[in-house]
Write a protein that binds this ligand. Sequence first.
Ligand code: ZN
Length: 306
Amino acid sequence: MTVQPGTVPAEVLEEEVVRYATRGQTAVITLNRPRYRNAQNSAVTYALDAAFLRAVSDDEVAVIVLAGEGEHFCAGHDIGTPGRDIDKSFDRKAVIWWDHVNKEGADSRYAREMEVYLGMCRRWRELPKPTIAMVQGACIAGGLMLAWVCDLIIASDDAFFADPVVRMGIPGVEYFAHPWVLGPRFAKEMLFTGDRFTAARAYELGMVSRVVPRAELAATAFALADKIAAMPRFGLALAKRAVNQCEDQMGLRNGMDSVFGLHHVAHAHNAETGADSLAGMDARSMKAAGGSGGSSPRASMKKASG
Ligand code: ZN
């Protein structure tokens, strides 16, 4: 179904922002806001969470594939589409904390970002079933977070990646896995420049598992999912946990916690000294500055949260 914002009720839009389907033993979870390059609003986050829970709860599902509808996997967090919903309350899932709505300043931002960004991403990284991100086109900022929480990343050869948020004075997106998935040297380069890097470069760095032509992307991801699905479920869950625990021993979890504080110093500094917590930038101005983030057909940046 093609959804035209403004022509259908909001609740219908929300039902459609993430699609769920099964293909054999594989659950296919698809971001479905192609008009906005699959920018993540909170509705997307909670729909993703529900879809992941459904896949984990279904004993017939062995592997989960995360995909993006349209030309791009995900252009980042929603920093300005008509469906931006940062002032809306949802039933919180990731952390026990108060609702961010009707709170002020850092109190609100910290609560919201712990829940919908850092907390959700960590929750999804820990899913007991193997996850494969199937990435084409843009995978920018918050889009990187979604790909990184997956166990494997299959990229088409036209995929490109970037975290340009240093342009906003912010030291990287909330799920700060950069040094672990890219190595410290390239993590600094991509943050310092904000530049895009290619799927081939991501493969060289070990960030993606395979690079294939766009036409072969889905077939490659599903074939890999089918192969993994033949392994015993509990063995897969333990193997995943084993690697994740070692990654945490390598500092990922603690590093991310400490950097989350720096991230919020940056948001607070922006809000204290300028127009808003994103240094007055939105998807359009980010793109004009040479970066690329979110999706914003109109520049409405009041009460921006990042
Ligand atoms: Zn943020």
